[in-house]
Design a protein around this ligand. Structure first.
Ligand code: NAI
Length: 434
């Protein structure tokens, strides 16, 4: 089988490399010539564990190629996946579908035989029907079918998630398209992955409902954590006791400074807008969005309060700025709200992140970057953990203490043990723990 992947971002590149690993011939196409030139030279445009090796292997065995030429990518393909961005549209919070519609039209024009256009990007209900309308307008011959195949991979564990997903969702109303999709995902049938064939509308909504549910779960435990702090309970005990109930589940009950990332913020907002337009507002999701936004600002206030009555001129070492560990993605990271507020209050901020590739451009120029965690802590009045990279867990408290000038530690990801930190002489606080 032969496929094209339109968009060489986090999803397109990972999915393309994984399909190649499944034995499919894959051409990954992107409009960004620098990205494609880099990929051809073996340079990854993103940090994702294991991706460079997987790409190199499949390029070597001839199953994975990169191009900026849409005609070359689409020629002879059984299916073409759209994996372009769907960011928040400026002004109204809806998903911006410009890239999806443009890519669908370009693919339809380039098609030289029967194929399936598969939307892998996260798109609001109704987008698949619009893609069908575009295709019918450009190619009235009926050779092109349309399917929806939302992606559930997580950055940081994207390859494993793609290769061993909890489920595959296929939205389709055409037997030929379903047959092509089933052949593409055949390796997953061997590991008994549930494959759900549903309507295009249901597939589109599954993705948003799942993301909104996870965002709500995180926000719920964040608010429970705030209550824990007031009443002397430990949020980890509460979360464990809740999560052992099979109806609740243990995952996504870890408190923090508010969710960020390339998906939850924009997807919750787009779902809320879709529901409002449909006349059935989802107030729970609207509340989740508002609570999470406020939380990021509250975290900045919390840091400023920990610095004492006059934070201006104080020094803060920040450990981790990406929205989560094992990625270089900065999209909607809590640091983008928190650090500018610290800078505006006159605080001197020195950050360290193991993958600072995109962070320098995303954060205010006043934020300094250190080469190591201890270097970021050097001479600091306070150290703040914003992202739970594993290497921070391994930092010896006495080494951190001797690097710092002050003793304030705000662990917004609960990576350290409160008793050990207090024994080491820190004025230590974390989220939802006494
Ligand atoms: P991204 O921004 O990393 O990549 C998108 C790529 O598409 C860019 O390289 C861009 O140059 C390219 N592009 C835009 N228009 C194009 C066109 N007409 N032809 C060819 N290439 C074009 O985006 P990312 O993160 O990969 O997300 C893609 C979609 O997948 C979004 O809808 C997102 O919501 C969804 N998604 C993302 C996940 C993630 O963890 N990043 C997980 C699951 C879904």
């Amino acid at each position: 089988m032969r496929i094209a992947m339109i968009g060489a971002g986090y999803v397109g590149l990972v999915s393309g490399a994984c399909f190649a690993e499944f034995g499919v011939d894959v051409t990954v196409m992107d409009v960004d010539p620098d990205k494609i030139a880099g990929l051809r030279a073996g340079r990854m445009p993103i940090y994702e564990p294991g991706l460079d090796k997987l790409v190199a292997e499949n390029v070597r065995n001839g199953r994975l190629t990169f191009t900026t030429d849409i005609d070359a990518a689409v020629k002879g393909a059984d299916a073409v996946f759209l994996a372009v961005g769907t960011p928040t549209r400026r002004g109204d919070g809806h998903a911006d579908l410009t890239y999806v519609y443009a890519a669908a039209e370009q693919v339809a024009r380039a098609a030289d035989g029967p194929l399936v256009i598969v939307t892998k990007s996260t798109v609001p209900v109704g987008t698949g029907r619009e893609v069908q309308a575009i295709v019918r307008r450009v190619r009235p011959d009926g050779q092109i079918a349309v399917a929806s195949n939302p992606e559930f991979l997580r950055e940081g564990s994207a390859i494993g998630d793609f290769m061993r997903p909890d489920r595959v969702v296929i939205g389709v109303d055409d037997d030929r398209a379903l047959a092509v999709m089933k052949r593409l995902y055949r390796p997953l049938y061997l590991i008994e992955t549930p494959v759900l064939a549903v309507s295009i509308e249901s597939a589109e909504l599954i993705k948003y409902a799942a993301n909104a549910f996870l965002a709500t779960k995180i926000t719920f435990i964040n608010e429970i954590a705030d209550l824990c702090e007031k009443v002397g309970a430990d949020v980890h005990d509460v979360a464990r006791g809740m999560g052992l109930d099979g109806r609740i589940g243990r995952k996504f009950l870890h408190p923090g400074p508010g969710y960020g990332g390339s998906c939850f913020p924009k997807d919750t907002l787009a779902l809320a807008r879709t529901a409002q337009d449909a006349g059935v507002p989802i107030r729970l999701v609207e509340a989740t969005i508002a609570v999470n936004e406020a939380r990021k600002a509250q975290m900045a206030d919390r840091i400023l309060a920990a610095l004492g009555p006059s934070p201006a001129g104080k020094r803060v070492g920040v450990l981790g700025v990406t929205f989560k560990p094992e990625t270089d993605d900065m999209r909607d990271a809590p640091s983008l709200v928190i650090l500018p507020k610290l800078v505006a209050a006159g605080v001197e901020v020195r950050a360290f992140d193991p993958q600072p590739g995109h962070a320098r451009q995303a954060l205010p120029a006043a934020v300094g970057f250190a080469q190591t965690a201890l270097d970021a802590a050097k001479g600091a009045d306070a150290v703040v953990v914003l992202t739970e990279w594993n290497e921070f867990r391994a930092l010896a408290p006495h080494r951190l203490k001797s690097a710092m000038a002050g003793d304030v530690v705000l662990d917004l990801r609960n990576v350290w043990d409160p008793a050990a930190m207090r024994a080491a002489g820190f004025a230590y606080s974390s989220i939802g723990r006494p």
